[in-house]
Design a protein around this ligand. Structure first.
Ligand SMILES: O=c1ccn([C@@H]2O[C@H](COP(=O)(O)OP(=O)(O)O[C@H]3O[C@H](CO)[C@@H](O)[C@H](O)[C@H]3O)[C@@H](O)[C@H]2O)c(=O)[nH]1
Length: 463
């Protein structure tokens, strides 16, 4: 017996698509994916966000902005022998937390399947971080498409992909020539992305890591928080290597209107008053992302360098040991903030003209879209690759130091800071301003990023 087809009612056909978002719990990954989620909700998508209890707090702005279209799906954090109880975010332990947290989250596979199968209106698609490559298989199992979210550059993905495809060849050389890539870049082994270095340093390649990464490019679609004007060549290079044409270049996400984090009202009132009283473009903002704390020697050198530069500055520190008496010595000219600031809001303040940064990809995008000149000190992970893009390809930054353990020469550091924040930085500041204008155009109403965002929403509507 055949069932009579029920006509689709108007309200059913207009039902907003429901998707599930699975961020990786590191601020550099989580925050941009929540930004993307916010933009999707603004365009009528309903979203369930997978999270563990210790990370629920980071969803608050999103939940407040979209009380009826965002739902948190909270799973207990699966324990791992090398993580202390309570650690659920890389921010709590630093870069070494990536691998154990990745391993822990893999154990959520069965609970997610169970949640999906018992949901009255299951999601039509998953967007998950590129550190969660295993969700490609999960999606195959439950029969929905997976979109990989890249909180990193096209250039970085090209470098990793090339290295993994040529792992035996690059194992025996240093420096490494990536001849296949646009501009044929050369990297010292110690400046390759951490994920590649880990594979090179083990006696046999870490096949699990390689497989996990390659799952990303096999997924149904890819979303990049990047931009054609920053790295069009690498975007084209990767497009040729993707098995599909569902590439959505939606960036810089931090510049897309009505964002979650750009409001200067989120700056601490004391800091805001101080910034308001500083001349335009005079302040150097110093922050090395959400994970890295400097050693005592590094702090001493940086403090002395800042002192010698005679530049106004805001230095955001975590557990970094700031030298005794430093804050009094620089009182009025510099401020040390302990903990967390709303970085984007600070960078957007008219008083900020420079950004001493580790070149994490989000910091890069936030700095560039604010028109700040970046003074790069790449330390680990993708940061050397990003610094090469900024300094050598785009000419919008200067390198002030290199390496996670390196102690800079304070005199030289002070000289470069003073020069770059002054007359000597004019050329690079003009290029930074040109890039700021280009990224702004991409994120305006008819810009390519907004078109791709709308294309993604349309794609969900078709599933
Ligand atoms: O006081 C702070 C410190 C950080 N942030 C924000 O935290 C994010 C930090 O991200 P990022 O600049 O990318 O640095 P990490 O936290 O170090 O991010 C990791 O993840 C990134 C994305 O994969 C990589 O590019 C980095 O190298 C890697 O260290 C940015 O959005 C910042 O605005 C704040 O808002 N306030």
């Amino acid at each position: 017996m055949t069932e009579a087809l029920q006509p689709v009612t108007k309200s059913e056909s207009l039902k907003p698509p429901h998707i599930v978002v699975f961020p990786f719990p590191a601020q550099g990954h989580l925050l941009p994916l929540l930004d993307l989620t916010h933009q999707l909700c603004l365009r009528g998508v309903n979203v369930s966000v997978i999270v563990t209890p210790g990370n629920l707090t980071y969803l608050s702005p999103l939940l407040s902005a979209h009380p009826s279209s965002v739902t948190s799906v909270v799973f207990p954090f699966p324990p791992h022998p090398s993580l202390s109880p309570g650690v659920e975010n890389v921010k709590d332990v630093g870069n070494s937390g990536n691998l154990p947290i990745m391993a822990s989250l893999r154990q959520l596979r069965e609970p997610i399947i169970h949640w999906f199968r018992s949901h009255p209106n299951p999601p039509v698609a998953l967007i998950s971080d590129f550190f969660l490559g295993w969700t490609h298989d999960l999606c195959n199992q439950i029969g929905i498409p997976r979109f990989a979210f890249f909180s990193i550059s096209f250039f970085l993905v090209s470098v990793i992909q090339f290295c993994f495809e040529n792992i035996d060849q690059i194992k025996s050389t240093d420096p490494i020539h990536l001849l296949d890539l646009p501009r044929a870049p050369i990297f010292k082994e110690k400046h390759l992305p951490s994920v590649v270095r880990r594979c090179l340093q083990t006696p046999s390649p870490d096949l699990a890591a390689i497989k996990d990464f390659s799952m990303n490019l096999l997924s149904y679609g890819s979303v990049f928080n990047s931009s054609e004007c920053l790295e069009g060549e690498h975007m084209e290079y990767l497009k040729q290597r993707m098995v599909h044409d569902r590439l959505f270049v939606i960036g810089p996400l931090c510049s897309i209107g009505s964002g979650l984090n750009s409001d200067s009202g989120s700056i601490d009132p004391n800091l805001l008053t101080w910034l308001d009283g500083s001349p335009n473009g005079s302040v150097l903002y110093v922050c090395f992302g959400s994970q890295k704390a400097l050693t005592k020697d590094q702090c001493d050198a940086l403090a002395l360098g800042l002192e010698k530069s005679m530049t106004r500055f805001v230095w955001v520190v975590k557990k970094d040991p700031i030298p005794d008496g430093f804050e009094d010595q620089v009182s009025g000219r510099g401020i040390v903030v302990r903990g967390w600031v709303s970085q984007l809001a600070v960078l957007r303040h008219v008083a900020v003209g420079g950004f001493l940064s580790h070149c994490g990809w989000n910091s890069v995008l936030e700095g560039l879209t604010s028109g700040a000149v970046i003074l790069g000190w790449p330390m680990e992970a993708d940061q050397f690759v990003n610094a090469k893009l900024l300094v050598e390809h785009l000419g919008v930054a200067v390198r002030v130091c290199e390496g996670g353990e390196t102690v800079p020469n304070p005199v030289e550091l002070g000289r470069v800071i003073a020069g770059t924040m002054g007359e000597g930085g004019r050329e690079v500041a003009a290029k930074a301003e040109e890039i700021r204008r280009k990224t702004e155009a991409e994120t305006e109403a008819n810009g390519s990023s907004i078109e791709d965002l709308q294309r993604l929403v349309t794609e969900f509507g078709k599933l």
